[in-house]
Design a protein around this ligand. Structure first.
Ligand SMILES: Nc1ncnc2c1ncn2[C@@H]1O[C@H](COP(=O)(O)OP(=O)(O)OP(=O)(O)O)[C@@H](O)[C@H]1O
Ligand SMILES: Cc1cn([C@H]2C[C@H](O)[C@@H](COP(=O)(O)O)O2)c(=O)[nH]c1=O
Length: 220
């Protein structure tokens, strides 16, 4: 009988336009070719209910507390219905954003109190693993770090902006600071990707970070 594989939870983070999307798809393909079952998902979203919350968050006016509460409510549903079951089946879960985004966008970007967000994270994300007190966190977070000015140039050419993408450059500089703070507080979980490199250069960094965690050994 084949040995069962352990679940692994990977998140991609960064300011809007940092360049996560194509690498998420490429990583999922590479992991599947290497024999892993991959659940690809995103936040806000990932379940029909959470996708409805996503539409509200991205398009309806609301204050920062409402944003944070909706983001965590959607996340709890997403974890309970998609992420935790997939991890229990031994799959690799790749989420385009997770809880770090709420700290970066609603905390550093909108100015919500960090300790309030920590408490929301604890209430919302504990009780899913074997230890009921443990807060569910990704095993590895790939943080695409890109100057806000570069992201703005990339996005200007790319698409019609939603509520967040329409924010000024200084908002994204603050959000990037929020990611840096989360990384400083939990360094072992993070791999910082220098996202101002060209696409092959970014991919090599993604691969190296994933390989360092024992996934995708030998891939180039
Ligand atoms: N390394 C790169 N160099 C130059 N341009 C890039 C690079 N990576 C992505 N881009 C371009 O930047 C834009 C934003 O990329 P992408 O949509 O992948 O970012 P994202 O992080 O997924 O953004 P969001 O979170 O807002 O969806 C796209 O037009 C994409 O083609
Ligand atoms: C999870 C999460 C996300 N956001 C913001 C970040 C982005 O601007 C959008 C999601 O769009 P994407 O193109 O799919 O990245 O939502 C947020 O403000 N708070 C959160 O918790």
């Amino acid at each position: 009988m084949a040995a069962s594989k352990q679940g692994f939870f990977l998140s991609f983070e960064g300011i809007d336009g940092a360049g996560k999307s194509s690498h998420i798809d490429a990583l999922a393909r590479a992991l599947r070719q290497a024999g892993r079952t991959v659940t690809l998902t995103r936040e806000p979203g990932g379940t029909p209910l959470a996708e409805q919350v996503r539409t509200l968050l991205l398009h309806e006016a609301m204050d920062a507390h409402t944003e944070a509460l909706l983001a965590f409510a959607a996340r709890r549903h997403h974890v309970g219905h998609v992420i935790a079951p997939a991890l229990a089946r031994g799959e690799v879960v790749i989420s385009d954003r997770f809880a770090d985004a709420t700290f970066a966008y609603q905390g550093a970007g909108r100015g919500l109190d960090w300790s309030v967000l920590l408490e929301l994270e604890r209430i919302t994300l504990s009780g899913f693993g074997l230890n009921p007190d443990a807060v569910l966190k990704p095993d590895l977070t790939l943080w695409f770090d890109l100057p806000a000015a570069t992201a703005a140039q990339r996005l200007a050419a790319a698409r019609v902006p939603d509520r967040f993408e329409a924010q000024p450059e200084h908002f994204f500089a603050a959000v990037a600071g929020g990611y840096a703070r989360r990384c400083a507080e939990d360094g072992a979980r993070f791999a910082r990707i220098a996202a101002d490199a060209d696409r092959p250069g970014v991919w090599q960094q993604v691969l190296a970070a994933v390989q360092a965690h024992g996934l995708l050994e030998g891939a180039a």
